[in-house]
Each structure stands twice: as structure tokens, then as C-alpha cells.
Design a binder for this molecule. Structure first.
Ligand code: SF4
Length: 225
């Protein structure tokens, strides 16, 4: 799949596209990490972070890429996304879906912790956009799941839509199906989010199953010997 959007990406002020062309999976991510991300000081969050929390998981076309808001205190300390109390709930949800962390890819719309867990500022979201976009392009998930209001709005290019509204349909991010749902941290704050989030994830699983079935259906028309 060719990602034409990246050629006109407004954030591509430092030639990120050069690293992404014709590269997929681990190789591309490793290159982007080494040459663009590991010493990143593109925004203010670099001054207060302990470490950058880059994405982890399955790098070769996973069914799902989950993208959240940003690292919290535990993630900042350990260097891994989705740990701590919200991470434990996330793992339980994955287990209920019969998924392991190794099956999926996880990242955030900002890769450094906002101090005091405040919302990321607009300038920080803009600065970090190449970090997550390059991960999505490299990993090529079948579906993106945006967790929470900030991630949902960033991927949809909106500012202040509620999750309750965004979750109502499957969107697309550069032709990749995109489902928005509640963040596990939000579910910990409000139990009422758990049931709709579960329904969203079950629907997403069904959606991906259909994509895979269609891909099989459209196999070689004149296959065989
Ligand atoms: S949040 Fe993103 S853009 Fe800002 S310093 Fe960290 S990696 Fe760089």
C-alpha cells in the first residue's frame, strides 16, 4: 500500500518521508528511532521526561494498532506504553479478546510524559505527529484503535469531539479503518465506559475478520498450475 498522504504531510519539515519509503516493520521503526526519535527535542516535553516512550509490539501488519494519549508516570519511568493500573486493565481487555501484547502494536500521540499528566498542548501534538505517523506507516495495521478523546481527535483532525460521538462509526485514517473508543484510564475513572468500549472492540474484531475474509476471497483468480 502506498501512503501518498505522507508526501504532503504538513509536519514533514525534516524529511521523515525519506526514511519511510519502501520500508516496513521493524527495520523502518528501528531506523526512525535511531535517526529521528531517540534524542528528540522537538517539543517542550523533552525537558521534563525521564525517557521517550516509543511504541512496542507486533511490527509486521498486526490486526490492531492501539494509540493512546501519552505516557503517564509509570510509562515515563519504565519506558513502556500502557503500564500501571490502566495498563493492567488494558491487558485484561486484551486477554478477553484472546490477544496478547505481542499480537498488537501500541503507541501514543505524544511519546514523552506531559508533566503532572496534563493534556498535551497543541504545539506538542503537532511536534510529535511524525513520531506516531511514521510508526503507523511502518507497522501497517489492519485497523487503528484510538483510545480516548485526545487520540481520537488527533487522528480525526478534530479538536473537541467527545468519545461518545466519535465511537459511533468506523472512520478511516489514510484508508486504514479507525475505531475510537474509551481509554482504559477513562474506564478506571468511570465504570460506565467499560461496556461501550467492550462493544467497540468486539465490533472492531469483527471488522478485521471481515477484512481478512475479503482478502482471502480476492485471492488469485487464475490460481493453480
Ligand atoms: S513528545 Fe514527541 S516531539 Fe516532543 S520531545 Fe517527545 S518524542 Fe519529541
Amino acid at each position: 500500500m502506498r501512503y501518498d498522504w505522507i508526501w504532503s504531510c504538513p509536519y514533514d519539515d525534516e524529511g521523515w518521508k525519506v526514511w519511510m519509503e519502501d520500508q516496513i516493520g521493524k527495520v523502518a521503526l528501528q531506523t526512525v528511532w535511531e535517526q529521528k526519535v531517540k534524542d528528540c527535542t522537538r517539543c517542550e516535553l523533552s525537558k521534563t521526561r525521564t525517557q521517550i516512550v516509543y511504541g512496542i509490539g507486533q511490527t509486521e501488519q498486526p490486526d490492531f494498532l492501539f494509540i493512546g494519549e501519552g505516557p503517564g508516570a509509570d510509562e515515563d519511568r519504565l519506558g513502556e506504553p500502557f503500564v500501571g493500573a490502566a495498563g493492567k486493565l488494558f491487558d485484561k481487555i486484551l486477554a478477553a479478546l484472546k490477544l496478547e501484547r505481542e499480537d498488537i502494536y501500541i503507541c501514543n500521540v505524544v511519546s514523552c510524559r506531559p508533566p503532572g499528566n496534563r493534556d498535551p498542548k497543541h504545539a506538542e501534538l503537532v511536534a510529535c505527529a511524525p513520531v506516531w505517523t511514521s510508526q503507523i506507516v511502518a507497522v501497517r495495521p489492519r485497523m487503528i484503535i484510538a483510545l480516548g478523546k485526545i487520540a481520537g481527535n488527533v487522528l480525526l483532525g478534530t479538536r473537541a469531539e467527545a468519545v461518545a460521538k466519535m465511537r459511533k462509526k468506523v472512520h478511516a485514517w489514510n484508508k486504514i479503518p479507525l475505531q475510537v473508543t474509551y481509554h482504559p484510564a477513562g474506564m478506571l475513572r468511570n465504570e460506565n465506559y467499560k461496556q461501550p468500549a467492550w462493544e467497540d472492540l468486539l465490533n472492531a474484531q469483527g471488522y478485521v475478520a471481515q477484512i481478512k475474509a475479503k482478502a482471502l476471497d480476492s485471492g488469485p483468480l487464475f490460481g493453480g498450475e
